[in-house]
Design a protein around this ligand. Structure first.
Ligand code: GCO
Ligand code: MG
Length: 433
């Protein structure tokens, strides 16, 4: 038992490459001993800062750093109501920073604290996208030439539809229903707002129609399998946008393309539909990035309704709960595939990696290529090459933040505070993101 205590808890905002990141830094009573953690909820960063500064900080200042479990449980119930995205991210920042400190005090990487490496490095998947099948094929081939073997593929739905994961045109060019695409129903919605070119938006919004999207996705898989073959793992994210029964159909249709996994076929609210998918197809299912609450996860795991757990570790409160979730998943042969998009900071990726290296039921790690400035702000950012994320062997999480440099990249102004702008059906009704 050390007598090292928490002297200060700082919440740091930085946006080096266009994505708002939230980092917690814990400074201790031991000079020079500090830890960092990811609390990035990029759609609500200021709310997370308030949860840390006004609630967790006064609760934890002066506490010993050793008993992470007690600090986690104390913080978890401190708001009485719990399992929400804001407090969970705040808690995650503190939790990851305490594991970082414990690793430094033990002079070993966090994965060694967890019981050591089950593998040398973590296989990752990267994102290929485009407006045409051939364009996606080019991106896939360039990633393959760099050694990546697992590639997520997303294609823009022709006709100006909004499509997830392509950074596509979406609503920017929607004037009136006259501009409708050739496909799908007539666009009657007037609810697509014109976008202010001087403002940043978290998400394009726009018009989404299930059938045109599904046709373009299936045509992409057919194209890639015919042109590149089956010696490549393909992944795809439906992003929970289609009516559930169509999801059941899609899961069957894609079986012939042997995807590594099909992600977010349904929103958490409709996850009972996975029972139908299980009864009718063996397409590997990935789910979980939208989970905050154990009640959402446990039934899916115990009934083996998914194959890959895609939780965003900071959205459930950090490494302490994620380790337990990984163990629960192991008992039911569910593999981990922790969420790792651009709105997971490099600290969050280092935390993902600590678990990926130690967990026997590791499946794959999502990787969103860090920008150069982001790498500079976060010395020790995990190294990725030959299709794997590699540990640097340093104590703790092996990463830090350059606070002076981070301060040079303050958050940029965004429409609606950076809220996710809703895609809509042609009739104007809201589509889940
Ligand atoms: C993914 C996700 C992300 C989310 C984003 C939300 O699979 O990587 O779907 O792209 O949409 O993290 O902020
Ligand atoms: Mg996703």
């Amino acid at each position: 038992m050390s007598n090292v205590t928490i002297r200060n808890i700082k919440t740091i905002f930085t946006e080096p490459d266009g994505i708002r990141l939230v980092i917690v830094k814990i400074e201790t009573s031991e000079p020079g001993l500090s830890g960092v953690g990811c609390a990035t909820f990029t759609q609500r960063p200021t709310a997370v800062k308030v949860a840390i500064d006004d609630y967790l900080r006064p609760l934890l200042i002066g506490k010993g750093v050793d008993d992470i479990e007690d600090i986690w449980q104390t913080s978890y119930i401190s708001s009485y109501w719990r399992n929400g995205p804001v407090l969970n991210n705040a808690l995650s920042g503190v939790d990851q920073a305490l594991w970082d400190i414990k690793g430094k005090m033990a002079n070993m990487p966090v994965y060694d604290l967890f019981g050591g490496k089950a593998r040398e490095a973590a296989a990752v998947y990267v994102h290929a996208k485009g407006a045409e099948n051939a364009q996606v094929e080019d991106e896939v081939r360039s990633f393959m030439s760099e050694g990546f073997h697992h590639i997520r593929v997303q294609i823009e739905t022709p006709g100006g539809f909004s499509t997830y994961g392509t950074g596509g045109r979406g609503s920017a060019n929607i004037e009136t229903s006259a501009t409708r695409s050739e496909e799908g129903p007539r666009w009657i919605t007037q609810r697509i707002e014109k976008r202010d070119p001087n403002l940043k938006y978290a998400h394009p919004g726009g018009v989404f129609e299930p059938r045109p999207y599904m046709r373009s996705a299936l045509s992409l898989f057919e194209h890639l399998r015919s042109n590149i073959g089956f010696d490549l793992e393909l992944l795809h994210d439906v992003h929970e946008r289609i009516p559930p029964i169509l999801g059941v159909w899609l899961a069957k249709e894609v079986e012939q393309y042997q995807l590594f996994f099909l992600e977010d076929l349904f929103p958490p609210e409709d996850q009972e539909y996975f029972r139908m998918v299980r009864e009718q197809t063996s397409t590997p299912i990935a789910m979980g990035e939208l989970y905050n609450n154990p009640h959402e996860m446990t039934p899916m795991v115990k009934d083996r309704l998914l194959d890959f757990m895609r939780v965003h570790i900071s959205q459930i409160g950090g490494l302490t709960p994620a380790r337990k979730l990984a163990a629960l998943c192991e008992a039911f042969a569910v593999r981990t595939a922790w969420h790792g998009p651009g709105d997971t900071s490099p600290v969050g990726h280092a935390a993902n990696l600590a678990l990926d290296l130690n967990t026997s039921n590791f499946g794959i790690q999502e990787y969103s290529i860090f920008g150069d400035r982001t790498r500079e702000v976060f010395p020790g950012s995990p190294d990725v090459h030959d299709g794997y994320m590699w540990p640097n062997g340093k104590p703790g999480l092996g990463i830090d933040i350059d606070e002076d440099l981070a301060a040079k990249f303050p958050f940029e102004e965004r429409a609606y505070g950076g809220a996710w702008s809703a895609p809509r059906r042609a009739d104007g009704s809201v589509v889940r993101p």
